[in-house]
Design a protein around this ligand. Structure first.
Ligand code: AMP
Ligand code: ZN
Length: 435
């Protein structure tokens, strides 16, 4: 029933004891890095400062900017000889974020991944196709090690080339696949172009989807299109990558592995903890990482802890689906809007196709939100009245959701630009913000 019986079902009091013990070790290891070493000494902090989980609040937050300012080695707690791998983000907007691992870290990550996959119902009898870029991005190797640890037959397919993905699925009888949700809409279109129905022409029963924000509506579409169960996987490179929080087969929130990560939800403005069950920014501390521990890392991801216990028996708390990142939010005509609010509306409308793009532009001195929406093939047939009706329906529903009337443009399926990796949902062209 569980991958690691004892750890996954620990009594809360025992889990907290383990967390305190591991937190102390983490502080000690972190103090070997120049960043935490200097900072904590200056502030008079050490492992002894922590006697309970809530004592973590005595320690300062760590931000992405801190990581960038101390790039590449400032957070490293071990000599280079001990390290066996690094992963890093692209760094298009400054220094990349790099995370170093020693053998223990890679081993413990593989275990968390295997545990996560088992939790979503994957077993060693499955054939697992990982449709994800291998390389510095964590979704490739991170999953690979977990799939192998669990004992599935792994197909390290990599990203892109949809025809080849479909062929692999058919040749080897893939039963489980991992991909980012925005790609799966595209993959489905290619299935159709090739004259296949994934429900009938593959053995797929499970998808693992994650690495980018998506809505419940999007999940349901994927489940219907492919005839599978789709489980949400959350992670970030700073916390290894995937294997941080995962849905179990009850699909009611993501169990976050609290023996490996200590979590807090804070109000991003006051930096104080939010009340139980409220949405705030997720703050995370590694509890089982040796090479590069991170303490009170501000993820910028917005979520909440779901109340109550899960019927699966795991005692680790469940996070709600990520509502967005605090830096994803944009303001139009005084209204705060998250892209996922718009996706939620669009994905409920059956005529809407795979993709959409929100462009923010100043038109005649006024901020406008233009939403280009791909429409399914059989709808895009030149029947202007029908399209006009659909456009008005979308406009009205989005206005009701976000309180701003968008300019909706319906476009042909496949016509919006596709990004290499995670989907880009918002294009900011407003003058005031760019000057
Ligand atoms: P990276 O470190 O480049 O892999 O990006 C990590 C970020 O991707 C997280 O901080 C989230 O903002 C986002 N992310 C990852 N998994 C999910 C998920 N399941 N749902 C929503 N956002 C996600
Ligand atoms: Zn559960």
């Amino acid at each position: 029933m569980y991958w690691e019986n004892e750890l996954e079902t620990l009594k809360r009091t025992d889990l907290e004891k383990l967390q305190v013990k591991r937190l102390k070790n983490t502080i000690q290891a972190a103090m070997n890095s120049s960043y935490y070493g200097n900072l904590y000494k200056q502030m008079g902090l050490s492992a002894d400062s922590v006697k309970s989980v809530s004592d973590i609040r005595k320690l300062p937050f760590t931000t992405k900017q801190n990581l960038r300012d101390n790039f590449p080695y400032g957070f490293l707690g071990l000599p280079q000889k001990e390290l066996i791998r690094l992963h890093s983000s692209s760094g298009t907007t400054g220094n990349p974020t790099v995370i170093f691992h020693n053998r223990h870290d890679i081993d413990s990550w593989a275990n968390l991944m295997a545990r996560s996959l088992f939790c979503a119902g994957v077993r060693d009898t499955d054939v697992f196709q990982n449709i994800c870029g291998y390389g510095l991005f964590t979704g490739g190797l991170g999953f690979q090690y977990g799939i192998e640890r669990l004992g599935c037959l792994s197909i390290p397919a990599g990203a892109g080339n949809s025809q080849r993905q479909i062929k692999l699925m058919q040749d080897y009888g893939t039963t489980v696949a991992h991909a980012i949700p925005s790609y799966l809409n595209r993959l489905f279109e290619v299935f159709q172009e090739e004259g296949f129905d994934p429900r009938k022409d593959t053995k797929l029963h499970t998808f693992v989807i994650g690495a980018e924000p998506h809505t419940e509506e999007q999940r349901q579409r994927i489940e219907e299109m492919f005839g599978v169960k789709a489980y949400n996987s959350f992670g970030l490179s700073e916390m290894n990558g995937p294997g941080v929080a995962f849905e179990c087969t009850y699909q009611n929130g993501l169990h976050i592995w609290e023996d490996a990560f200590l979590i807090e939800i804070i109000n991003p403005d006051t930096l104080e903890p939010v009340a139980d069950g409220e949405i705030g920014e997720l703050v995370m501390t590694t509890l089982d990482r040796q090479a590069m521990p991170l303490i009170r890392y501000r993820t910028r991801d917005l979520t909440r802890i779901l109340p109550g216990a899960c019927a699966c028996g795991r005692t680790h708390v469940r996070l709600d689906r990520i509502a967005g990142r605090s830096d994803d939010m944009f303001i139009v005509k005084g209204c705060n809007i998250f892209p996922m609010q718009i996706e939620g509306v669009l994905m409920k409308i059956p005529e809407v196709g795979a993709d959409y793009l929100i462009t923010l532009e100043t038109i005649n001195g006024s901020d406008e939100m233009i939403i280009e929406v791909e429409v399914k093939k059989d709808w895009f047939n030149g029947d202007i009245t029908r399209l006009d009706k659909l456009s008005r329906l979308i406009t009205g529903q989005i206005r009701d959701e976000v309180l701003v009337k968008p300019l909706v443009r319906l476009v042909e399926p496949g016509s919006l630009p596709k990004s290499e990796g995670k989907a880009v949902r918002v294009k900011e062209l407003r003058k005031a913000l760019n000057s």
